[in-house]
Design a binder for this molecule. Structure first.
Ligand SMILES: [Zn+2]
Length: 234
């Protein structure tokens, strides 16, 4: 598992702390998978050296297969693993959950997406959902199917106010790692004063801090600036 250790410093190199980063979750252990003859379920042997390689059934049927894609994928208990197309791909049911209840869940994203231009009805409803989420302490959950996989998506506002679809890793495929959580519920006025004094010691992040100067910049063509779409939030 990847781990990273960061030492936090200010611009005068004074150490502010040390953090060890760890992934939010880890995929659960998976059973062994094997490829067998789709006709009789027997083991197959890969014949190499003759181009192209092929597979031959070691059971009674002795069939030959030109690709492993033509073989049957099974678990060690011979349960077939079939990647079947799901019904109603792209249709998502909108649900809500209270923030408090959601805090016990896994919130590790598989992917994060933005949204393209929305029609008026969608814009109005998304706005209502985001208002509920920010003022009524609700988490907006979209549940539905992609072509082969079910998806759980949270509708969120990112730090730069973009409406994002935060595709979650499923609770039953991943285990949460022990990482730090924080509740900022009981903040004293003294703590606020202390925080104010503390951040005054820190340098301000600038435009350059959000750019890199490493090798990746060499192959980049020219900067494309795309207009942002706004869901007016007044
Ligand atoms: Zn066979």
């Amino acid at each position: 598992m990847q781990r990273k250790i960061l030492t936090l410093v200010d611009d005068k190199n004074r150490v502010l702390g040390r953090i060890e980063l760890e992934p939010l979750s880890t995929k659960m252990e998976e059973v062994q998978v094997k490829h067998v003859c789709p006709s009789c379920g027997s083991e197959v042997k890969k014949i190499e050296g003759v181009k192209p390689d092929y597979y031959i059934c070691q059971g009674t049927c002795k069939k030959e297969f030109s690709s492993w894609r033509d073989l049957k994928k099974v678990t060690e208990n011979n349960e077939e693993i079939k990647k079947a197309e799901l019904e109603n791909p792209g249709v998502f049911v909108v649900k809500i959950m209270s923030n408090d209840e959601f805090t016990t869940r896994l919130d590790d994203p598989e992917e994060i997406w933005g949204m393209k231009e929305l029609d008026e009805l969608t814009k109005k409803n998304i706005r209502s959902l985001l208002i509920a989420s920010s003022t009524l302490n609700q988490v907006i959950v979209l549940k539905g199917n992609d072509t082969f996989e079910e998806r759980i998506i949270l509708l969120l506002i990112s730090p730069n106010k973009t409406v994002i679809a935060y595709v979650l890793k499923p609770d039953n495929l991943y285990v949460k790692n022990r990482v730090v959580k924080i509740k900022l519920s009981e903040i004293t006025p003294e703590e606020i004063e202390e925080a104010k004094a503390f951040i005054q010691l820190l340098p301000k992040a600038t435009k350059e801090d959000f750019e890199v100067k490493d090798f990746r910049t060499i192959t980049i063509k020219k900067k494309k600036k795309k207009e942002e779409l706004e869901l007016v939030w007044t």
